[in-house]
Write a protein that binds this ligand. Structure first.
Ligand code: FAD
Length: 828
């Protein structure tokens, strides 16, 4: 006798089970229950119908009950809700919603694919009529209807997951001003924070207001407006609110049937998708699955796994032995111009499970182009790979404009086949200039990862750079001058990578050298040069670009919207730009410069090279595919005395208009710096006085002053009292012969056995001139940085404890770093 199979849920998992089952066995009786009026609809397309990208509502309905019945001979009962299961007698109770009647149906095998439901926590005011969740077609109709009939100007989306972010974009596309509130410190949970920051930047650049690390306290509705009170006590007003803060599995039926559930209510299944009851299968959002890489149990609610599990359930019911090996969470989303995709484990999960960076796993980040740079339309992407010490690939994340998901799909395949970073290197992927590079980004990330594992480059992560101890490390910026003008990491000295071979003697060998460039490539080249010359070198992963994003607060409303792309004509201050008629006229005749396909610093270098060819007043229109270019161009214009007019989006290009001239050349001001530096070499009283007088004067003028005490100058900093420290006999001799502190310093001339020096002290007292101690104290109070040269201290046997409090210890590199921001440098 043929089997009778009941299926609960008629969308992703349920419908694919039903269709496969029929294809395998014509004789099985299949009944599919769906409580809503629709089966097999495109959940994933719902936000785009609301935003208008999908115009035709019918396009969302992939299958009608009638069509599916005609094709597959399945008894489809919409608006029929299964409300109970009797696993002993193998029956279900069904509520016919339209007729409000109940009936029973028996089964041989039961399949549960009831999906999940958006979470709606008991927040005061959450039932207001302008607060919505998006999950199915009726939700979509309600939201679309409200948007069209209520003249929505401002909306708030609560929750920065996939659906929340898609709704942000779609509401924004409708011309609505959008706030996005997220309780965590980042949106898009599958990403690690530093990649999520790229998304924050992009969302911010569209004019969306981001509220991170902030939950909702309450909602209050009044005359069409809901006021959302956040946990930090600030409030947002919105004409409508979309709640998208997570989902919970629809496992009530499983509970009623006594099936084994996990803590989150997920139904536990074996690798055949069978529940703890031998005649009940479950799949889709409602089940707990095996996380493919770690082997841990997890809830991974995605359409791909649900559909594939449907095939496996059907196979097993039809007598095939079919196993589900687990989900790895491969996902992709469109966020305005960006595509964000990921697969496998992220660092957050690894760390949560006790795995340690640098021991249990490693990371590499590269920023390659989507295809050959010389072919138009190449865009940069930020690709992160996580792998273990054997080279096994654990996960990947990618953010960019083109070719993003293609790379993640390749890496997802590698993970499926237990691939390693060496496999990624070896993959032979399709190449022609419009599609990729001869070494595809996937190959490249494999190479970069190997460089880390075989120690040909040691790396430092963006998150560790602010904690660098500049006493033991020297931070070197190896970018070109024009890039450095646009910003750099505090404390870095600047040696362009091409100068590194000639200038490496400036770098101490007893310290760790940390190199950084824009994205990590030149840093790597520099690291190889220095490493082969015997230095200990680290290269900053992801370079300055990633660090810059990592350390920026995109929730700050003060942050200029030009931080990436200006849609309106606004300046750095966020105010609308007054575009003079002259500029407007010149805009039409702007000279075009194509910097598409070039990656930072390419576009800015091209701009800097082109500008001298123009005459004052000319406007240059620069097209770039690097999304960071408008920010760089604006900063560059400001630094170089040119006028940044506006930026705009043309297709997928970022266009910046810059007029030649029209502003004071900030670069000159900047290059001169506002610092004052001195090498205090001498330990003579008069020279020490001169040094302190200049330092105090410079502070009074608002300058940042650094004094670098070396050799005899160190004696100025010695404490008067004898300090017990361990010294070699030679060091002790030095200590005895050298003056201990300011009171023992002598005049450089006319000392006359100490008489001249004593006279000088008297004259200074008579004339009310501050003593050297007073001058030192006031300089320190004014913020003058006293740096004792550690190399000289070592030679002269002076120990840290012997020097007065408030002194920093550093090497020549720390001092050279300060000189770069200085407009004069004295040797005393
Ligand atoms: P569903 O497809 O949700 O189907 C469950 C069905 O069961 C529902 O129609 C429900 O009405 C019905 N049901 C529940 N209980 C009963 C009952 N007792 N009796 C009868 N019927 C019942 N995933 C991706 O991978 N990529 C995306 O881009 C993506 N975008 C999404 C966008 C939106 C707006 C939404 C809502 C989801 C999105 N998803 C996406 C998630 C994906 O749709 C789900 O993971 C997938 O549909 C889960 O399949 P399922 O069969 O478990 O549940």
């Amino acid at each position: 006798m043929s089997k009778k199979v009941l299926i609960v849920g008629g969308v992703a998992g349920g419908a694919s089970t039903a269709a496969r089952l029929r294809r395998l066995d014509e004789s099985i009786e299949i009944i599919m229950f769906e409580r809503s009026p629709y089966i097999s609809f495109a959940n994933c397309g719902l936000p785009y119908y609301i935003g208008g990208t999908i115009k035709d509502r019918e396009a969302l309905l992939l299958q009608t009950p009638e069509a599916m019945h005609a094709r597959f001979n399945i008894d489809i009962r919409v608006e029929n809700e299964v409300i109970d299961i009797d696993p002993i007698n193998k029956t279900v109770t069904v509520l016919d919603i339209k007729r409000s009647t109940k009936y029973e149906e028996s089964y041989d095998e039961l399949v549960l694919s009831p999906g999940s439901t958006p979470i709606k926590p008991p927040i005061p005011g959450i039932d207001a009529k302008n607060i919505f969740s998006l999950w199915n077609i009726p939700d979509t109709d309600r939201i679309k209807n409200y948007v069209t009939t209520h003249n929505i100007k401002r909306a708030t989306v609560i929750g920065g997951g996939f659906i929340g972010i898609e709704m942000v974009e779609n509401l924004h596309d409708l011309g609505v001003e959008v706030d996005l509130v997220e309780m965590a410190d980042q949106v898009m949970a599958p990403l690690d924070y530093e990649l999520a920051q790229l998304i924050h930047s992009h969302i911010h650049s569209q004019g969306v207001h981001l509220h991170l690390k902030n939950g909702v306290q309450s909602f209050s509705y009044k005359q069409g407006v809901t006021t959302i009170k956040l946990q930090d006590d600030t409030s947002i007003e919105a004409d409508m609110v979309i709640l998208s803060i997570g989902i919970s599995p629809n496992s009530e039926l499983g509970k009623l049937a006594g099936l084994n559930l996990n803590k989150r209510g997920g139904i536990i299944v074996d690798d055949h998708m069978k529940t703890s009851d031998p005649n009940i299968y479950a799949l889709g959002d409602v089940v707990e699955v095996t996380e493919y890489i770690s082997g841990d149990r997890a809830m991974i609610p995605l359409a791909g796994p649900a559909n594939k599990q449907g095939r496996i359930v059907a196979n097993n019911i039809a007598g095939k032995d079919s196993i589900y090996e687990g989900s790895q969470g491969t996902s992709v989303a469109k966020i305005f111009d960006f595509t964000v995709a990921s697969t496998g484990l992220n660092e957050k999960t690894l760390q949560r499970d006790g795995h340690v960076y640098g021991v249990d796993y490693f990371v590499s980040i590269i920023q390659p182009k989507s295809h050959a740079g010389y072919y138009p339309g190449a865009y940069p992407m930020t690709l992160k790979l996580i792998f273990n010490k054997e080279g096994k690939v654990l996960g990947a994340q990618n953010v960019g404009i083109e070719g993003v998901e293609k790379r993640i799909d390749v890496i997802a395949s590698a993970i499926r086949f237990n691939g390693t970073i060496y496999d990624l290197q070896r993959l032979e992927l399709a190449y022609a200039p419009p599609y990729s590079s001869a070494k595809d980004p996937v190959n490249m990330i494999g190479f970069a990862a190997e460089n880390i594992l075989d120690n040909s480059q040691e790396v430092l992560l963006w998150r560790d750079i602010d904690q660098l101890d500049l006493e033991t490390t020297v931070l070197v910026d190896v970018r070109e001058d024009v890039e450095v003008q646009l910003g750099r990491i505090n404390g870095a000295i600047h040696i362009p990578v091409n100068d590194l071979r000639d200038r490496m003697s400036e770098l101490p060998k007893d310290k760790t050298i940390v190199l950084y460039c824009a994205v990590g490539v030149r840093g790597y080249i520099g690291a190889r040069i220095l490493k082969q010359a015997g230095y200990t070198v680290l290269n900053l992963v992801g370079g300055y670009t990633l660090y810059k994003h990592y350390s920026k607060d995109y929730t700050n409303p003060e942050l200029s919207p030009t931080e990436s792309l200006v849609k309106e004509e606004v300046g750095l201050d966020g105010q609308k730009l007054h575009v003079s008629p002259v500029i407007s006229a010149n805009l039409e005749h702007a000279i075009e410069l194509d910097a598409c396909g070039l990656q930072c610093p390419g576009p800015i270098m091209k701009l800097a090279t082109k500008m001298p060819e123009l005459t004052d007043g000319d406007v240059l229109k620069v097209m770039a595919t690097d999304p960071g270019f408008p920010v760089d161009a604006e900063a560059w214009a400001k630094q170089t005395g040119n006028t940044y007019v506006k930026s705009a989006k043309e297709g997928k290009s970022y266009v910046s208009y810059i007029q030649k001239g029209g502003r004071p050349n900030q670069a000159n001001v900047l290059n001169q710096g506002n610092g004052s530096t001195q090498v205090v070499f001498s330990g003579d009283l008069d020279k020490a006085l001169a040094s302190m007088i200049i330092a105090n004067g410079a502070v009074a003028m608002g300058k940042e002053v650094t004094l670098f005490f070396t050799f005899w100058g160190l004696n100025i900093l010695r404490k008067r009292e004898k300090v017990e420290v361990k010294k070699s006999p030679v060091e002790k001799m030095f200590g005895i012969m050298m003056p201990r502190g300011t009171s023992k310093l002598k005049l450089s001339q006319m000392n006359m056995g100490g008489m001249g020096t004593a006279m000088m002290h008297n004259v200074m007292a008579d004339k009310n001139v501050n003593t050297l101690d007073d001058l030192i104290a006031s300089a320190m109070a004014g913020g003058v940085k006293f740096v004792a040269c550690t190399m000289s201290m070592d030679i002269m046997g002076i120990k840290k404890d012997e020097l007065i409090d408030g002194v920093d210890f550093g090497g020549v590199a720390a001092y050279l770093g300060a000189t770069e921001a200085s407009n004069h440098n004295l040797f005393i």
